[in-house]
Design a protein. Structure first.
Length: 543
C-alpha cells in the first residue's frame, strides 16, 4: 500500500489472532497480547480495524481453520471491505509454505495486503522474497517443533505418564511429578464412576442388552459426567481396554506415521475390571453384532431365539416366532421354520408352541445334564489327574496360552488396519474376523482356567456333595423369574436346539460345566465354545 493512497483514504483492516496449543518457536503470545499489539499498531498508523478473527488452539500448518477461512472469504468478497489483513507476525498467519503463498496470491488478486506488526519485509520484489524465505523457515520450524513434541510425548508415555486428551469414564488425572514448569499427569480411578463401569460390564456379561443397560442407568439418574447414557457411549465404555489396567499410546513417529502395533507404547493405569471379563464381554458383543446375528434375534424376548434351528434334511434354517389367535380369542405364539415362512411349504418342519418347546428344553437340561449322576459322567475327564493326564494338561496349557497370545496379536493388527485407513469398521470381513478372534480368545481363556484349576487341585477329589451343590446352583439360575437371565444362562450350556418331525435335539459344550466345577458358579462366556467336545445330544420324541 503506497503512502499516497494512505493519505487519500483511511485504511480498513481485519485483525487475525491465533494461538497454537504448543509454544511455537518458544515465542507464544497470548490472544490478548496479540490484540493489544494490533490495536496499538492500527492507532499509530491511522488504520480502522473492522473485525477480529480468532483461532485458538489450532496449528498454523492447518488449512482448516474456521476463522482463518472465514476471514479470507470475507476479505475477498465482492464488497472488498478491507485493504489489509493485520497479523502479529507471519507465523500467526500460516506455517505452511504452500498455504501461505496460495493465500497471499488470493488476497493480492483482490487488492488486499498482509501486514505483520513485528516484522518489516520492505517493499516491491524484496518484500515477496523476504516473505517467502520467512514462510519456508516457519514451516521448517513447525516440522522441527512437531518432531520434538512427538519425541517428548513418546518419552512421557514410556515413563508411564498420561499425554492428555479425553479422560476415560471411571478415571481422573492427578499431578504425579513436576519437572520445572511441566506437570506430569497420571490416571487414577474415580470411585463413583468406576463402580458404574463395573456394573456395566457385569450386566453385559450376564447377557443384558445395550438398550436395557442404557435405560436402567438413565432411569436411576446415573450420568456420563452430566450427559445421558446412550448406545454409542456405552459401546465406547465396553470397548475401552484401559479398564483392564493398560492403554496404548500411539503417538506418531518422526515422519508423522502412526506406529505399527509392536511400536505402540503400553502405559499402565489402575485396573477396574480384569482382562478375562473384558474378553468374555467382547466375545459376547461380537457374537451378537448385526453382522453375526440379526438384530431381532439379539434383542428377542423368546428364550430360544437364535439357537432354535430347523432339523429337517437339507434345511437347517433358523426358527422364528409366529403368532395366532385361538378359538377363545387368546393370542398364542409358536416356533416355525423361517425357510418355510419365507419360501413356502417346501420345508415340512412342524410348528411347536413356544411354551411347549421352552419347557421341554429347560426340563431336559435340568434333568438330563445337570443331574448330579449325569454331571459326574460328563466331567470324569476333569476329575482324572494321573501323571499321564497331568503331562497332557501341561502341554495343552502351553499350546492354549500361545494360541491366545497369537489371537490377541491378530486383533491388534486388525485394529491397526482401521487406524491406518486400510479397512473400515463397517467392512464385513473386518467384523467377522474380529468376532472370530474374540470368540476364540474367550473359549481359550475358559479352557486355560479349567486346566490351571485341575493342575492346582492335584489329587484332591471332587466329592458328590460338591457336584450336587453346583447342580443346585445352576438349576436355580435356570428357574429365575427374569426370562432374560434364564435365556442367558441356558445359552451357556446349549448352542443349538434342532427341531424336526422326528423330535428335538439339544447340543452344547462341556467347557462351561468344566469351568463351573473348577471355578464356581459359571458366568456367561459370551461365545459358542470352539475347541471343546460336545456333550451328547439329547433327543425327545414326544413333540
Amino acid at each position: 500500500m503506497s503512502r499516497s493512497a494512505q493519505r487519500n483514504k483511511k485504511l480498513k483492516a481485519y485483525l487475525y489472532l491465533r494461538l497454537s496449543v504448543d509454544k511455537e518457536d518458544g515465542n507464544a503470545q497470548s490472544i490478548e497480547a496479540q490484540r493489544h499489539a494490533g490495536v496499538d499498531y492500527a492507532r499509530r498508523n491511522d488504520i480502522e480495524i473492522v473485525r477480529e478473527y480468532v483461532d485458538s488452539g489450532l496449528s498454523g500448518t492447518l488449512s482448516k481453520r474456521p476463522e482463518f477461512n472465514r476471514m479470507i472469504e470475507d476479505a475477498t468478497s465482492d464488497e472488498r471491505p478491507v485493504n489489509i489483513v493485520l497479523i502479529y507476525r507471519q507465523a500467526r498467519f500460516a506455517r505452511n509454505t504452500r498455504l501461505f503463498l496460495n493465500t497471499m496470491h488470493t488476497l493480492s488478486e483482490c487488492g488486499v495486503e498482509m501486514v505483520s506488526i513485528t516484522e518489516n519485509f520492505g517493499q516491491g520484489r524484496n518484500k515477496i522474497i523476504s516473505q517467502t524465505i520467512t514462510a519456508l523457515m516457519d514451516e521448517q520450524r513447525a516440522i522441527d517443533d512437531s518432531i520434538y513434541t512427538r519425541k517428548s510425548r513418546r518419552e512421557n508415555a514410556r515413563k508411564g505418564f498420561f499425554n492428555g486428551g479425553p479422560v476415560p469414564f471411571g478415571y481422573c488425572t492427578y499431578v504425579a511429578q513436576v519437572d520445572g514448569d511441566k506437570q506430569r499427569m497420571k490416571l487414577k480411578t474415580r470411585p463413583e464412576e468406576a463402580a458404574i463401569v463395573r456394573e456395566i460390564f457385569d450386566w453385559a456379561e450376564l447377557g443384558r442388552g445395550g438398550r436395557w443397560i442404557v435405560k436402567t442407568l438413565n432411569d436411576r439418574g446415573s450420568t456420563l459426567r452430566g450427559a445421558k447414557f446412550s448406545n454409542g457411549n456405552l459401546a465406547g465404555i465396553l470397548g475401552r481396554t484401559a479398564y483392564t489396567g493398560r492403554y496404548f499410546d500411539k503417538t506418531k513417529d518422526d515422519d508423522g506415521n502412526v506406529p505399527d502395533r509392536e511400536d505402540w507404547i503400553e502405559v499402565p493405569c489402575p485396573q477396574i475390571i480384569n482382562q478375562d471379563q473384558f474378553e468374555r464381554v467382547s466375545a459376547l458383543r461380537a457374537s451378537r453384532a448385526p453382522t453375526r446375528m440379526p438384530p431381532h434375534v439379539a434383542a428377542g424376548t423368546s428364550l430360544l431365539s437364535g439357537i432354535a434351528k430347523c432339523g429337517m434334511p437339507d434345511c437347517g434354517a433358523g426358527m422364528t416366532i409366529g403368532s395366532g389367535t385361538s378359538r377363545s380369542r387368546k393370542k398364542y405364539y409358536y416356533y416355525k421354520c423361517n425357510c418355510r415362512t419365507n419360501v413356502g411349504q417346501r420345508c415340512r418342519c412342524p410348528n411347536v408352541r413356544r411354551e411347549v418347546l421352552d419347557h421341554a428344553v429347560f426340563s431336559a437340561v435340568q434333568k438330563r445334564i445337570l443331574a448330579p449322576d449325569r454331571l459326574r459322567d460328563l466331567l470324569k475327564g476333569v476329575l482324572d489327574l494321573s501323571d499321564q493326564k497331568r503331562q497332557k494338561l501341561e502341554e495343552e496349557l502351553s499350546q492354549a496360552s500361545a494360541e491366545r497370545t497369537r489371537r490377541r496379536t491378530a486383533i491388534d493388527r486388525l485394529l491397526a488396519l482401521i487406524e491406518d485407513g486400510v479397512m473400515k469398521p463397517s467392512d464385513p470381513e473386518f467384523a467377522n474376523r474380529l468376532a472370530e478372534n474374540r470368540e476364540t480368545i474367550a473359549a481359550i481363556t475358559t479352557r486355560i482356567e479349567v486346566i490351571e484349576s485341575q493342575l492346582a487341585r492335584s489329587s484332591r477329589k471332587v466329592t458328590p456333595a460338591v457336584i450336587e451343590k453346583f447342580s443346585k446352583q445352576v438349576v436355580e439360575k435356570l428357574q429365575d423369574e427374569d426370562n432374560t437371565l434364564r435365556s442367558a444362562y441356558l445359552r451357556m450350556f446349549v448352542s443349538e436346539v434342532s427341531v424336526s418331525n422326528r423330535g428335538i435335539q439339544i447340543s452344547g459344550s462341556k467347557s462351561v460345566l468344566e469351568r463351573g466345577l473348577a471355578k464356581g458358579l459359571p458366568r456367561l462366556e459370551g461365545s459358542v465354545p470352539i475347541f471343546d467336545q460336545k456333550w451328547c445330544r439329547l433327543q425327545d420324541s414326544n413333540l
